[in-house]
Design a protein around this ligand. Structure first.
Ligand SMILES: [Zn+2]
Length: 88
């Protein structure tokens, strides 16, 4: 009589990682369907430009700083509708 050894079953538990497809809802303009071109307008931006005057009397910018306060408005480049509500 042959005694069969109980075959040890090795269960490999593979942890299935949820696949995160970079599934992003593509932005598209609800008014005209444009999904390619958009533009932003930033309101209340302060620009600070530091000039130095040369001996020839011309102003040379040596330092520039921009302070953006916003709000930033987002527009459709096709029909120019304000789409700020779409961009969070
Ligand atoms: Zn549009």
């Amino acid at each position: 009589m042959k005694e069969t050894l109980p075959t040890r079953k090795i269960h490999q538990i593979k942890v299935k990682k949820p696949l995160y497809f970079s599934h992003r809802e593509k932005l598209s303009c609800p008014y005209c369907g444009n999904s390619e071109e958009f533009y932003e307008i930033i309101e209340n931006a302060n620009f600070y430009i530091h000039y130095i005057q040369t001996s020839e009397g011309t102003l040379e910018p040596i330092e520039e700083e921009a302070e953006l306060m916003g709000p930033i408005k987002f527009f459709c480049a096709s029909c120019h509708s304000d789409l700020s509500f779409l961009k969070k």
